[in-house]
Design a protein around this ligand. Structure first.
Ligand SMILES: C[S@@+](CC[C@H](N)C(=O)[O-])C[C@H]1O[C@@H](n2cnc3c(N)ncnc32)[C@H](O)[C@@H]1O
Length: 741
């Protein structure tokens, strides 16, 4: 039975009304709850609505206990559910099973006491609803709260703490693979307890004496930052174990695993298993907690380069923290984790796997990963005493799929995963920066064989990102000439297609400016192989000769217009953006006002996408931040570079190495030589590129004309890939030769 959020509307409404009537938000209890939960979910979501939801979950749990633990029929003559009866349940289960959850539910249990004050009719009504829900549980009651929390607490709230529980069929497979009866186990982020539940099922089905069973059960532990998670885990275990639960109560603790340093549990576990939260440093609201995470990442020796710090994955800290604070030597860790740790540049030091050996990955076919809406893997490793020799990493990877006969996979389905293929993964390279090792993305050995050995080209330093000319709705213009010096401008309609809030409006119309302030700009959207087929006009309050910004020397109209758009910018920009003016924003990182932008010959290529396109741009064009460029005064060198950047060989290298949409500096990880006019290969490449440019230009211009300008970039590209194929093959051949020498 699936429990949709809408099913609980009636109860939620009644509880909310009741909590409002007792002014719960003014109570110490609520304030204490808020102070704790704001650390988990942030200010926006730790609100009265969430408190109401948890209060309801707690109330439901009491009736769950009556039915599934105390085995009393609800809705019968056996029990009359009164506030007094509800109040007696916690004491009863404490006495009978040592089920002590006073700490975990301290925020919610007072609500049950307060129900005494609810009018009897409303109380009966509420209980009636809840009993109905509990009576609907038809199978696997141990997943009822998992199901309920996932449906009743909104996804965007759960994202704040990574509360996306693991489907039982994956948990089962992981437990089968890693758990050996009698081992000491901990799930450091146990949620509603799915992993421990599965291990308990394994223990219960083993051929054990009572004593052996209890010994095995006593060795199970769990941690979660959310008290409700620990409460629900304990409750599920109580349901499965009844009497035997009494040995477990104190093994489950509410705490922040990353910052706990309990000496009693250090280095004592045989297996750490679980699904740590999948959020990144960027998602954390508290600056103080962000700082603590950065410090911990450094202590664990996995902190990425500064440019990737905001992408630190919290789950990757769990992996290394488990090693230093939980695992015995040679003990096992097995986590569900995002695919990012295998291919993201933010996880380059994670992939050093320092202090681990026997690393294995499980990957899953799309029908399975779709359950989480995010690509995930399972990662297994064992703690090792010795440090690894970093470049020798080899990681077997197992791909699982499931035969569903065309049906969609459901979270609670019990399915058999079948092994589709096994591959050996290796990093495509390792780097040392500032004394620290960084292990590049893991790729298959097969792909590794297609790679040209990594060597940084000297051109890497010479190419620079263009200027992020934003917000586009304020400066990208269409112009009409008024007289020799003045023009009328309106926003360029083309830029609204991809505009994002709050920069989606047309903010001016028929403004007048002096024509000296219009600059021609190229963007990646019009870049195809060897050619840029269109450009944009942009208003910039800069001097044409040197791009300097002298506000007081601006001509009258331009000054007035700049004041206008600057005001709009300041009114709409994010509070966290430090810029004091529109001009500050346009010249971020000094990418606009520099001599490179003035040069008359530029080689450009796209910073993102799956194919590298490059062209020589000649004349007074500025370059936007979605392109990188190099300024030269040597046309031959410029063509030579476009030959290399446009080559199929280059795109293949980039595709293997890149870990997101971004390309940025990857092209320069192959040893592209500085252009040498005495090198025959270089001259030939330059000539071929010039020819290719002519083909591209004629084919594109022709196609655009034929279609009256109504032609998509995709169509142009597919025509070009046909027309340029022979030249590109020739380029690949010469380039391969040149790179070898
Ligand atoms: C992805 S859920 C996994 C739940 C569980 N492994 C399962 O599959 O049922 C992650 C859990 O981590 C918990 N969590 C988040 N941050 C934590 C932290 N710093 N320490 C301990 N637990 C944390 C969340 O409350 C959530 O229950």
């Amino acid at each position: 039975m699936k429990f949709e959020a809408s099913m609980f509307e009636g109860e939620l409404h009644l509880i909310k009304e009741f909590l409002l009537s007792i002014d719960v938000q003014e109570s110490e209890n609520y304030k204490e709850w808020y102070a704790y939960y704001v650390k988990i979910y942030g200010k926006k979501y730790s609100n009265f609505d969430l408190f109401t939801i948890y209060s309801l979950v707690y109330l439901i749990s009491q009736l769950f206990i009556v039915k599934f633990v105390l085995n009393q029929e609800l809705n019968s003559n056996q029990v009359k559910i009164t506030p007094g009866f509800l109040n007696s349940i916690p004491q009863k289960v404490k006495e009978t099973f040592n089920f002590n959850t006073d700490i975990e539910v301290r925020f919610f249990s007072p609500i049950i006491n307060a129900l005494n004050d609810l009018e009897p009719e409303k109380f009966d009504h509420l209980i009636h609803y809840v009993v109905e829900r509990v009576n609907l549980i038809d199978s696997q009651p141990e997943y009822f709260f998992d199901n309920t929390v996932q449906n009743i607490v909104h996804t965007y709230i759960r994202h704040k703490s990574g509360e996306f529980y693991t489907p039982p069929f994956i948990v089962k497979k992981m437990v089968e693979e890693s758990y050996v009866l009698g081992e000491k186990v901990i799930d450091p982020c146990c949620g509603s307890g799915n992993f421990i539940i599965e291990i308990i099922k394994t223990i219960l089905s083993a051929n054990y004496t009572k004593r052996e069973r209890i010994e095995a059960i006593k060795k199970l532990h769990g941690i979660d930052i959310n008290p409700i998670s620990i409460y629900l885990t304990k409750l599920n275990l109580l349901y499965l174990l009844r009497e035997d639960f009494r040995h477990l109560n104190s093994n489950f603790v509410t705490t922040d695993f990353l910052f706990q340093n309990n000496a009693d549990i250090k280095d004592t576990f045989d297996l750490v298993i679980g699904n740590p939260p999948w959020f990144t440093l960027r998602d954390i609201e508290s600056l103080n907690y962000q700082k603590k995470i950065k410090k911990l990442a450094e202590e664990l020796e996995i902190k990425p380069l500064p440019k990737n710090v905001l992408n630190i994955e919290i789950a990757s800290l769990f992996f290394y923290k488990a090693k230093i604070s939980l695992l015995k030597d040679n003990a096992k860790v097995f986590f569900v984790i995002t695919m990012g740790v295998i291919n993201g540049s933010h996880a380059a030091r994670f992939r050093n796997f320092q202090g681990f050996h026997n690393i294995k990955l499980w990957k899953f076919a799309k029908q399975i990963t779709d359950i989480f809406n995010i690509a995930f893997i399972c990662i297994y490793a064992q703690k090792s005493e010795e440090d690894r020799t970093i470049p020798n990493l080899e990681v077997p990877s197992f791909l699982f799929s499931v035969n569903l006969n065309g049906k969609k996979l459901n979270y609670y389905d019990s399915v058999n995963l079948s092994l589709e293929k096994t591959e050996e993964l290796v990093p495509y390279g390792t780097e040392i920066k500032g004394n620290k090792h960084y292990t590049n993305k893991l790729i298959t050995k097969e792909k590794q064989q297609q790679l040209i050995p990594i060597k940084t080209s000297e051109y890497k330093k010479l190419f620079h990102k263009g200027a992020d000319l934003n917000p586009r709705n304020l400066i990208f213009i269409k112009k009409r000439i008024r007289n020799d010096s003045l023009i009328t401008i309106n926003p360029d309609p083309r830029i609204f297609k991809r505009a994002k809030e709050p920069w989606v409006k047309s903010e001016f119309s028929d403004e007048i400016i002096e024509k000296d302030y219009v600059f021609k700009v190229v963007k990646s959207t019009e870049l195809v192989k060897f050619y840029v087929f269109d450009f944009y006009n942009v208003f910039l309050p800069l001097e044409k000769e040197n791009l300097s910004f002298e506000y007081h020397s601006l001509k009258t109209h331009a000054k007035k217009f700049y004041d206008k758009i600057n005001k709009i910018y300041l009114n709409n920009k994010k509070d966290s953006t430090m810029n004091e003016s529109l001009m500050d924003n346009l010249n971020r990182w000094a990418k606009l006002i520099n001599t490179r932008q003035i040069s008359k010959i530029k080689v450009v290529y796209n910073n993102s996408g799956s194919v590298v396109n490059s062209a020589v741009v000649q004349g007074d064009f500025l370059v936007t931040g979605d392109l990188s460029f190099y300024s030269t005064n040597n046309m031959k060198e410029a063509y030579y570079l476009t030959a290399i950047l446009n080559s199929p060989l280059m795109t293949r290298q980039v595709q293997i190495k890149k870990s997101s949409r971004h390309i940025f500096k990857i092209p320069f990880e192959i040893p592209i030589k500085i252009y040498d006019k005495n090198n025959e290969n270089h001259r030939k490449l330059a000539e071929l590129a010039k020819k290719a440019h002519n083909i591209s230009e004629t084919s594109t211009v022709d196609l655009i004309k034929k279609n009256n300008r109504a032609i998509s970039k995709n169509k142009i590209q597919s025509l070009l890939s046909k027309n340029l194929a022979p030249i590109l093959n020739e380029i690949d051949e010469i380039l391969t030769n040149d790179l070898k020498t």
